[in-house]
Design a protein. Structure first.
Length: 181
């Protein structure tokens, strides 16, 4: 288990390898496909972004509303493939980490290698448990998207597994092969 801090610098990203388990502490952002589309449109138009992408980590999540006394509701990962059309553009602007679940397209993996980024998986179905690692939550952009608005989160000991590292190693490919033998 590695303890790492977000945002991720390039040294941290290079130190991570497919199969590593990590606990993340620091600032991460939420964004799903509608927010990704708007961020990419802002990049294309040269307009200000809702947050600095340099070293940023995006968690693909649309949390449920918080219950009284909670910072956030259930916050489990969503399927990452819906962001594949946008992820290379964000990585070219400095995005260093993505957290979600599921496979990524080869174009995303190539962008990860080219821009030194990492893809981590959070445990699907564990949104209520993961929410306990989220200590602060603030909507910072696209409030009209509701649960899919961009949020700045402060997390402590957020558990994840490195699925695809910046070298292109892919746990979704190597792990099944290991167990077939």
């Amino acid at each position: 288990m590695k303890n790492i801090t977000a945002p991720f610098d390039k040294e941290t990203v290079r130190s991570l390898h497919a199969g590593d388990t990590v606990r993340i502490t620091g600032t991460i952002y939420t964004a799903r496909d509608a927010a990704h589309k708007r961020i990419c449109e802002a990049i294309a138009a040269g307009t200000p972004l809702p947050f600095d992408l340099a070293g940023a980590v995006i968690y693909y999540v649309g949390p449920t509303p918080p219950r009284p006394g909670q910072v956030i509701g259930a916050a489990g990962p969503t399927t990452s493939g819906r962001m594949d059309a946008y992820a290379p553009t964000l990585m070219a602007e400095g995005l260093s980490g993505m957290i979600g679940k599921g496979e990524r397209l080869p174009s995303v993996i190539e962008a990860m290698k080219a821009h030194t980024a990492v893809y981590l998986a959070a445990t699907g179905g564990a949104g209520a448990l993961l929410s306990h690692c989220i200590k602060q939550s603030e909507v910072i952009a696209y409030e009209d998207l509701g649960t899919e608005a961009v949020r700045r989160l402060y997390v402590e000991d957020f558990p994840a597994t490195v699925v695809i590292d910046c070298y292109g190693e892919n746990l979704y490919r190597t792990a099944p092969e290991k167990y077939r033998r």
